[in-house]
Design a protein around this ligand. Structure first.
Ligand code: SF4
Length: 358
């Protein structure tokens, strides 16, 4: 479907007639096949769309949906989230991963409340000036919340355009100015919201990274990569990092222990040993602390009182602490990652105990 000026041209122009055909195929498919998601409803607020976009980065919709519903119920306006205790925000983020996003989102909410009268800005420039809002999120909010014509380029869109138009299996990891300019030439003058959303949905459901369902794809007859026999990208490198044994896994386990301790703070505070080992470190936040030694010391190094304290913890907290200990019984990695979490503002260390930020 392409008209290349050079055999090696990575961003080939598309003839107007072919482009119109492509628009009709993607937009028609989106109207017929898109998932019914609450942030796509006409009454969805720009704030709810911004929250969804931040949550959806590197996280599948099925995991985002319950968290998003809870967040919008608790914090329907930016000012609501701005005023929430950070510990509550991290608990509500639950297991969405990359919890720094939760704190950045709260910073964004504060900036919107203070600088924009509690209304999500409409221009990409204003959006990019918010903490933690990058090119993709700014474009997505501009398009989906304010229905302005812009170019939304996430990993799914780039994969679909790369395959269907350029005939490449995948793109390099970062978006270049040339790629952005090229993608802009493909955005229709009308129905641009449906085009952007349709490409994203197509990449999420049909033109997936590993097993594209080309027989179900509205672009199948015009797809350059398919017609070329789906050649592997010459620089293709399998860089999938196993989850088990990674620092991310252990960081997630430590954060889970803090969320569970905070959620069970009443029970923890009721423990006699907790009073000795933890409550004085809780910072008065209502978010219970976990003694660092319970997280990072080998079993042989725990005192009898510490072992008893561990046994007396509420079951979800004990299970979370034991999970950390199982992942890193020696404690060297745990110590390092605890320091990282504190440096990132995701946890606070008060004397010998760790807790969610207050
Ligand atoms: S035909 Fe296959 S490879 Fe081409 S865009 Fe559709 S799903 Fe992707």
């Amino acid at each position: 479907m392409t008209h290349r000026t050079e055999a090696s041209e990575p961003f080939p122009p598309v003839r107007p007639g072919q482009l119109a055909h492509m628009h009709a195929a993607v937009i028609g498919w989106y109207r017929d096949s898109a998932r019914a998601l609450p942030w796509r409803e006409p009454e969805a607020s720009p704030w709810s769309i911004l929250v969804c976009e931040v949550m959806s980065q590197q996280t599948p919709v099925v995991r985002v949906l319950p968290r998003w519903r809870e967040w919008m119920g608790r914090w329907p306006r930016p000012s609501d989230l701005a005023e929430a205790p950070s510990a509550d925000v991290l608990i509500a983020w639950d297991t969405l991963g990359y919890p720094r996003r939760a704190l950045r989102l709260q910073e964004t909410a504060r900036a919107i409340a203070e600088r924009h009268g509690d209304r999500v800005p409409e221009t990409e420039e204003e959006l990019r000036a918010l903490p933690g809002v990058g090119d993709y999120t700014a474009a997505a909010v501009t398009s989906f919340a304010h229905r302005q014509r812009t170019t939304v380029l996430d990993v799914n869109v780039r994969r679909v355009l790369g395959r269907a138009v350029a005939g490449l299996e995948h793109r390099p990891s970062s978006v270049s100015k040339r790629e952005r300019a090229w993608a802009e030439t493909l955005v229709p003058a009308r129905e641009h919201v449906e085009w952007n959303a349709g490409l994203m949905e197509l990449g999420a459901l049909v033109c997936t990274a590993r097993n594209p369902s080309c027989e179900e794809c509205p672009l199948a007859q015009m797809c350059a990569w398919r017609s070329a026999g789906k050649p592997a990208h010459p620089t293709s490198v399998k860089r999938t990092q196993a989850w088990a044994g990674t620092d991310r896994q252990l960081r997630g386990a430590i954060m889970r222990s803090l969320r569970e301790a905070s959620a069970a703070s009443g029970a923890v505070a009721a423990s006699a040993v907790a009073a000795e080992a933890s409550s004085e470190h809780a910072g008065g936040s209502g978010a219970a602390a976990v003694p660092v030694r319970l997280l990072e010391s080998p079993a042989s190094a725990l005192s009898a009182a510490e072992a008893e304290f561990l046994d007396a913890l509420p079951a979800p907290v004990r299970a979370a602490v034991l999970a950390v200990r199982e992942l890193d019984a020696g404690g060297e990695r745990t110590s390092r990652l605890i320091a990282d979490l504190v440096a990132d503002g995701l946890a606070q260390r008060t004397d010998g105990a760790l807790h969610l930020p207050v």
